[in-house]
Write a protein that binds this ligand. Structure first.
Ligand code: DGL
Length: 269
């Protein structure tokens, strides 16, 4: 039985999922989080579904051992590849959230009879999970998606503003498939960092959907409804990675606003 004081487990292929952890901490500052970045196996965006599923289950074991009340799959690629398996594996031991379902619910409530764009990794786009879910709604929606694999390394190298990054962003966004859309889903942990540049390309005429905020809101609503908000007045945060380098630790500042200490945890002996 979950307790309000239990932590929230959040995982990603690496450090990028800290954008989701940041959004969660902004909205739910008293919650304790355990973050796991699978830096030994990143990027997930180019991995097979089977590989991502195996890593995800291993990570869930860590969270279950630590009695997490919620397991949040912060990575879009893992959300696309492993949600069903993770839910079956975790069962009633914890509530499983991903970064796709809350966005689909948000779109159900806000969009009808229109075309929506999506950008993400090759894994996320290739899985067609967003497409199946959004076009399966009874809202007469079409989803046009494009894999934009250069954006993750670009952001990790710190190219957020300036001509180089805006040129790369523009090259992707000017493709015909991303025209005549009323909203664009940022379907990757890293993309909230270039939200303004994306909005700039469309001259602020479309909604740029940042899943990290939507996911945090939906998590908050779940915790409130189920009386699982931690009201003990203190929280602790732990950040683990499957492979440690100094540059991963430096990157935490980019994604989490403040730099955090990373602990190494070996996924496989
Ligand atoms: N976290 C991944 C995602 O949201 C991006 C980085 C990767 O490919 O591992 O899809």
């Amino acid at each position: 039985m979950a307790k309000a004081s239990d932590p929230i487990g959040i995982f990603d292929s690496g450090i990028g999922g800290l954008t989701v952890a940041r959004a969660v901490k902004n909205l739910l500052p008293d919650e304790s989080i355990i973050y796991f970045g699978d830096t030994a196996h990143l990027p997930y965006g180019d991995k097979s579904t089977a590989a991502i599923q195996a890593y995800s289950i291993k990570i869930c074991d860590i969270f279950l051992q630590r009695n997490c009340k919620v397991i949040l799959i912060a990575c879009n690629s893992a959300s696309a590849a492993a949600t069903d398996l993770v839910k079956a594996y975790v069962g009633k031991k914890a509530k499983v959230f991903n970064v796709i379902e809350p966005v689909v619910n948000y779109i159900r409530e806000t969009r009808r009879n229109t075309c929506i764009g999506l950008i993400g990794t090759k894994q996320t786009i290739g899985s067609k999970v967003y497409q199946t879910k959004i076009e399966g709604l009874e809202n007469q929606l079409r989803l046009n998606s494009l894999a934009t694999p250069l954006l993750v390394p670009m952001i990790e190298e710190g190219f957020l503003e300036g001509t180089i990054s805006q040129d790369i962003i523009n090259e992707y966004l000017k493709k015909p498939i991303l025209q005549n859309i009323s909203a664009l889903i940022l379907g990757c942990t890293h993309y909230p960092l270039i939200k303004e540049q994306v909005a700039h390309f469309y001259e602020n005429t479309i909604e740029v959907i940042d899943s990290s905020e939507i996911v945090a809101k939906s998590l908050k609503a779940y915790l409130e409804y189920n009386l699982l908000i931690n009201n003990q007045g203190h929280s602790s945060n732990q950040f683990m990675v499957s492979d440690y380098t100094k540059s991963f630790e430096e990157l935490t500042k980019l994604f989490f606003v403040e730099r955090v200490h990373l602990e190494k945890y070996k996924l496989w002996e």
